[in-house]
Design a binder for this molecule. Structure first.
Ligand code: NAD
Ligand code: IPM
Ligand code: MN
Length: 359
């Protein structure tokens, strides 16, 4: 029996609402497969915790999470606590603290009716964005000079280390080779005359070791247009932290919205736990109403299962999501349905149990 220890960090707003549904799915799988078991521990960290304790997580929070096989996170950030504090002291702290330098964000259309783009079908929108997740524009380096004075100047410095840039690009080439797909680098060397010139050089250099991988290189502005107009150009994309953040919200938009987009924050060396979470945030505009779409969070459970080596279960979860979307019977309002978050989760469990996937 394989036993996986999962740390739950439901966080803020709709975070706990969608994480509850992902946990239901894992518990359903555990019932169907007697070779698997999941043990959960819940950490109450987030903005409410901050208001009570003046900190986003326990002082030894990173230490506490270290012993888990995975972290399952909902969302962080809520009005009342400045975003740069809440995110830096919890979400970004985990990503950086555990060297989760690979952010895997699939952009996959499950049903052509979900895309706002004309004449695009499932086969046209099916790619993987590999986002650098630890440094770059999110290095947190900068300065605030002459605050409040007329000479005021604010610096936000991007940091692109040789190690950080090379390892993400190499990871992407390995993935492209494994999947026999093309690899597109998205950068902006025409304007960012240090960081992106370096990025492009490293992409070219590492690419020499992978003559079998077909490559493309786009500027991020043009790439944003192609994401919308010709998404079929992309198979595997590698890009920097900020560009990857923005591009994957475009990715969500072309595949059905924030309620469907998933992401895995991976430490490939497995020295530390990886973290699985939806791409969306805490959605204060709909929090507490029980109408958040749990599918993004459930899809991140599929990514977690793949990470555990349970690829078969990962595929079952994604197939089940597709069936639910195709049926259009039990959906949340963002997808035109009338059902609640927990009704979608319950229906998912009912469908997956119907598959009787005993091992
Ligand atoms: P958001 O993703 O929370 O919401 C954007 C829009 O998408 C909203 O209209 C929201 O209702 C909708 N939406 C998001 N998830 C949905 C779901 N599951 N079902 C249905 N609709 C959904 O982005 P925002 O409003 O810019 O940010 C809100 C807060 O979340 C901020 O504090 C921000 O910093 C934080 N944030 C956190 C994460 C994270 O923890 N990974 C990600 C993004 C934003
Ligand atoms: C995301 C989020 C985070 C990011 C924020 C909340 C710091 O937008 O996971 O996409 O920019 O990485
Ligand atoms: Mn984002």
């Amino acid at each position: 029996m394989k036993k996986w220890k999962i740390a739950l960090v439901p966080g803020d707003g709709i975070g706990p609402e969608v994480v509850a549904e992902g946990v239901k799915v894992l518990q359903a799988i555990e019932k169907l497969d007697n070779t698997l078991s999941f043990e959960f521990e819940r950490f109450p960290w987030g903005c409410e915790y901050y208001i009570e304790h003046q900190k986003m997580m326990a002082d030894d929070g990173i230490e506490q999470l270290k012993e888990f096989d995975a972290i399952y996170l909902g969302a962080v950030g809520y009005p009342g606590v400045p975003d740069h504090i809440s995110l830096w002291d919890l979400l970004l702290k985990i990503r950086k603290g555990f060297d989760q330098y690979v952010n895997l964000r699939p952009v996959r259309l499950l049903n052509e009716e979900l895309t706002p783009i004309k004449n695009k079908s499932e086969k046209d929108i099916d790619f993987l964005v590999i986002r650098e997740n630890n440094e770059g524009e999110y290095a947190g380096a900068g300065d605030w000079l002459f605050k409040g004075k007329k000479e005021e100047v604010v610096l936000q410095t991007g940091v692109f280390s040789r190690k950080g840039t090379e390892r993400i690009i190499r990871y992407a080439f390995e993935e492209a080779r494994k999947q026999q797909k093309s690899l597109t680098s998205i950068s902006k060397a025409n304007a960012l005359n240090y960081s992106m010139v370096f990025w492009d050089e490293v992409f070219e250099e590492v690419g020499k070791e992978y003559p079998d991988v077909k490559t493309e290189s786009y500027l991020v502005d043009a790439a944003s247009m192609f994401f919308v107009m010709q998404p079929e150009r992309f198979e595997i994309v590698v890009t920097s932290n900020l560009f990857g953040d923005i591009l994957t919200d475009i990715g969500a938009a072309i595949t059905g919205g924030m309620g469907l987009a998933t992401g895995a924050n991976v430490n490939p060396e497995r020295n530390y736990p990886s973290m699985f979470e939806p791409v969306h945030g805490s959605a204060p505009d709909i929090a507490g109403q029980g109408i958040a779409n749990p599918i993004a969070a459930i899809w991140s459970v599929a990514q977690m299962l793949e990470h555990f080596g349970e690829e078969e279960w990962g595929s079952v979860v994604v197939e089940t999501i597709k069936e639910i979307i195709d049926e259009k019977k039990v959906l949340t309002p963002d997808l035109g349905g009338k059902h609640s978050t927990s009704e979608v989760g319950d229906y998912f469990v009912e469908k997956i149990a119907g598959k009787l996937h005993h091992k």
